[in-house]
Design a protein around this ligand. Sequence first.
Ligand code: AVJ
Length: 323
Amino acid sequence: MASVERSIDWFRDAGRPHRDDRALLASVLEGLRQHPKRISPVWFYDERGSCLFDEICELPEYYVTRTELAILQRHLPEMAARIRSHACVIEPGSGTGLKTKLLLEALDRPSAYVPVDVACEHLEAAAARLRSEHPHICVHPVCADFTMPFEVPDTERFARRAIFFPGSTIGNFDRHEAVRLLARLRHLAPGGGMLIGFDMVKPAGVLVPAYDDAAGVTAAFNLNALEHLNRRLGTDFDPAGFRHRAVWNPVASRIEMHLVSTRAQMVRIAGRDIHFAAGETIHTENSYKYTTERFASLAEVAGWKICRCWTDARGFYSLQLLE
Ligand code: AVJ
């Protein structure tokens, strides 16, 4: 288990806002000393990266967000009917707001909403908005990293809990990490349920363009991780010296994003020079795609039982209710 723990640590450390920068530097340096080199996908999400991600969601090639929203809109009444009234809804990695809004409106008198996110300011702003729109729901934002143990506010101690985990966020974790995360979320909602969304395996001809769009937005999103590193840690990456690559890895069942060095170059980080050969890559993200069977085995190992699945006409995406 040691390597699994380490790999989650590596993912988590990158996103920590209050961690001292030396620890952050050390974890980035460690990733860049491996073969192949890698950095955490958390580096995508600074202010500009979050905006670029919103742009990705609007791209014609990126079917993920659109498909999930369509399934939600179509089946929400049925989903909501299977979640008990007065539920306390916990959302790890709460994001956009629209899906949450739809769910809270469909549920029968939800008692509380607990968004959990490391982006504390965004979290507070979203909470304030929700409070004014839904004065009857207690909104308790928790500024924390959901891959770590976190506490749900004491006031919600006795509430029935429902976890809302949309967006195919689970796809960023490898199998061991995903099992560990799903098991931890299960302990958070004893006797409760989880509504989770994930992306399905489909032809590479659909998958690759979704991560390598014609307008180059995903390329900008990937390259922005280097700018984020430069600004945050004082590294001197030249984004013009790298280009975006997205590949479908059928054996691991994942889309991989990489940054390819277009020339031999040195990058200065924490007083050290990291050498890049021409064509050498930094692995920046995995986005796992599941079959129904493979997701079922994952959920089962994590101790969840699948109650109901919803998908779209093309079978591109799946939303499932686990208990
Ligand atoms: C937010 C992790 C679900 O994997 O599809 C989009 C991130 N990366 N385009 C995904 C992403 C490139 C996205 N997730």
